[in-house]
Design a protein around this ligand. Structure first.
Ligand SMILES: N[C@@H](CCC(=O)N[C@@H](CS)C(=O)NCC(=O)O)C(=O)O
Length: 254
């Protein structure tokens, strides 16, 4: 008799963009998972810089994925998205055709230091005051993000419905986590009016299964464009998000 495999463990919190990308894929694919909350940057117990967590992910960042059955541990959101898709044969979101797959990889590599800068330039200054991100770093991140968004607007998204073609792929999940968080229904930190193709794609992405459950943290937090949220508000948003995931069947280790 074969034993049922244990759910994969995801380390992180829903507030983190790369963690949310993995959460959304897991919800979309209805793969059971346990979420172990790990606080980014903290050296305390359950922190991403604690010795116990660093032993799993030496980079000290969330997310990390662990397979209890094999003891396999993996860091980096995009490596995790690709691994899960490879392992489970999710060729709809990570195509088997080498050229189609390479286009998804193209975006996943491009994402870092480009679209990912939204968090440094726009979101972190509002919610991570403790990081004291210098003004010139914020400005550089904002202009890098805007330039990259223009590449999506006038390149990738003029040619196709989703980022790399007619079908939804891992590239869309990854990109939406950075771009989508800025929408008026969430943090409201960016004006998308000059980006109609991006706006059309954002509207389309909101229809993808799992979107709402993966984004409870942001819908609870709401508009932070005028008033930066208090620590209590951020905590409340994370707790509401964890409760929503539990309702969707995710196990939680608190
Ligand atoms: N390239 C990494 C980035 C992960 C990342 O930046 N995670 C942040 C939270 S959103 C983090 O763990 N920061 C804590 C730290 O650097 O100490 C990935 O995609 O997984």
């Amino acid at each position: 008799m074969t034993q049922a495999s244990k759910p994969v463990v995801l380390y992180g919190i829903p507030f983190s963009q790369p963690v949310r990308a993995v959460i959304w894929l897991l919800l979309y694919k209805r793969l059971p998972f346990d979420l172990v909350p790990i606080n980014p940057g903290s050296k305390g117990d359950n922190g991403s810089r604690s010795p116990a967590y660093l032993a799993k992910n030496p980079a000290g960042t969330i997310p990390a994925l662990e397979e209890p059955d094999t003891g396999f541990v993996l860091g980096e959101a995009h490596a995790i998205l690709c691994y899960l898709s490879n392992k489970h044969g999710w060729n709809d979101v990570y195509p088997a055709d080498p050229q189609q797959r390479a286009k998804v990889d193209w975006y996943l590599h491009y994402h870092h230091r480009n679209l990912r800068e939204a968090s440094i330039g726009l979101v972190a200054p509002k919610i991570r005051k403790d990081l004291n991100i210098p003004e010139n770093t914020q400005q550089a991140a904002r202009s890098t993000f805007t330039r990259a968004l223009r590449a999506l607007e006038s390149g990738w998204l003029t040619q196709s419905r989703y980022l790399t073609g007619a079908a939804l792929t891992l590239a869309d999940f990854a990109a939406y986590m950075e771009i989508g968080q800025l929408q008026p229904g969430f943090t409201n930190l960016f004006d998308f009016a000059p980006f109609p193709n991006v706006q059309r794609w954002l509207d389309e992405m909101q229809q993808v299964d799992g979107h709402d459950d993966a984004h409870v943290v942001l819908s609870t937090l709401g508009d932070i464009s005028v008033e930066p949220p208090s620590i209590e508000t951020i905590k409340h948003a994370n707790i509401s998000a964890l409760a929503a995931l539990k309702n969707r069947g995710a196990g939680l280790t608190l």
